[in-house]
Ligand binder design. Sequence first.
Ligand code: HEC
Length: 178
Amino acid sequence: MNDGLGNPKNTKSLLLAHKTPPSMGLGVRSDAEAAVRAGIRHIQFAVRPEADAVAIDEYLKSLKPIPSPRLVKGKLSRSANRGREVFESAGCASCHSGELYTDQKKHDLGIGKWLDEGKSYDTPTLIEVWRTAPYLYDGRAASIEDMLKKHNVDDKHGKTSNLTNKQIEDLAEFVLSL
Ligand code: HEC
């Protein structure tokens, strides 16, 4: 509803939210603490004691990533290892950088439709992306392959147009192993 009737959004995972400011798809809250308090006030229309917000923060901070079921004995599979190289060469790591795979900055990937045209989105962490399909702000991509093949306009979301199907598969395997 925040974004206008008929303009729904993909629910973001709250995992690592407190470690990857800013918050919200558009990065409109400076950090997760601000987002928790804004949610109580502007989504629930409630007035609650600060202790409740602190308790929610503590709960969210306690969430730990679950290792991907695609790992083989806790390590990247062969395909995922090849995919890691593609991740570097396709420029994914320029935005999905560091330990949590995010530069914590906003980018316009050229995929905004209707009211969202031209908007920049906060780079999400890729940790646990294996359990958070569908992808992109409005959930238009059912899979990583779908996202990279059908929804990457002018290679703005990494240089993928020159990749073979096999390379895309390996890249997806890597991302889904994080
Ligand atoms: C220019 C910066 C940038 C580059 C380069 C980039 N990404 Fe992203 N990525 C983003 C942003 C911003 C989003 C959020 C888009 C949205 O919500 O619509 C995103 C979203 C994603 C998502 C979806 C996460 C989710 O939870 O919905 C995945 C997966 C992903 N990127 C993987 C990749 C891969 C693989 C590459 C390399 C081919 C790549 N990205 C290159 C900025 C980038």
